[in-house]
Structure formats: structure tokens, C-alpha cells
Design a protein around this ligand. Structure first.
Ligand SMILES: *[C@@H]1O[C@H](CO)[C@@H](O)[C@H](O)[C@H]1NC(C)=O
Ligand SMILES: *[C@@H]1O[C@H](CO)[C@@H](O)[C@H](O)[C@H]1NC(C)=O
Length: 86
């Protein structure tokens, strides 16, 4: 009886841990974002233009520039266009 309970408890722990891992991978939390390439905003640049010229996707771009407001880009602002999650 005690053995079965232990196994059930172990299973629960492993299950919870893998659930946590999946969640943290899904939203990028608990991971460090390392920007591999940045570009400086120039006059006339838009988020979309930068996404296209860096061959990125909107989803990636938003994920690696979490606090970016694309309506308020300014010249000289650095944007991350390529990053890895560690
Ligand atoms: C984006 O892709 C095009 C076509 O494959 C290529 O010519 C260009 O060098 C790429 N630009 C970057 C920044 O990787
Ligand atoms: C983004 O910038 C625009 C223009 O300055 C502003 O109106 C808007 O409220 C900003 N949005 C956020 C989420 O900060």
C-alpha cells in the first residue's frame, strides 16, 4: 500500500514538474533571452519594415522585444531582430 502511494506521489511530482516546464517553455518565462542581433531604428523605419528586412516574423519579433511599442519607434532605438532562449 505504502509503495503504491509513493509511486502515485512520484508520478504526481513528475507530472507537475513537466507541466511547469511546458508552461515555462510556452511563455518563455524562466529563460534568459539573449539577443544575437540588434538593429538601430532609422528615420522612416517601421516595425513591419524591420521585421521584413530582418527575415523575422511578427510573432518572433514581439517575443524578443517584449516592451516595444511599435507606434512609438524613435530614431536610434535598438531593436532585437534575432535571439536565442537559454
Ligand atoms: C533575408 O532573406 C533574403 C532572401 O533569402 C536574403 O537575401 C537576405 O540577405 C536576408 N536578410 C537577412 C538580414 O538575413
Ligand atoms: C504606444 O505609443 C502611442 C504613441 O505614443 C501611444 O498612444 C500608445 O498609448 C502607446 N501604447 C502603449 C501600449 O504604451
Amino acid at each position: 500500500m505504502a509503495k503504491i502511494n509513493n509511486k502515485a506521489a512520484m508520478f504526481n511530482i513528475v507530472f507537475m514538474l513537466s507541466l511547469l516546464l511546458i508552461v515555462s517553455m510556452a511563455d518563455g518565462r524562466g529563460k534568459t533571452l539573449q539577443c544575437d542581433k540588434v538593429v538601430g531604428v532609422q528615420g522612416g523605419d517601421t516595425c513591419l519594415g524591420i521585421i521584413q528586412s530582418s527575415n523575422s516574423t511578427t510573432a518572433t519579433f514581439v517575443a524578443i522585444n517584449p516592451n516595444l511599442n511599435c507606434s512609438a519607434l524613435f530614431v536610434g532605438q535598438w531593436l532585437c531582430v534575432s535571439a536565442t532562449f537559454n
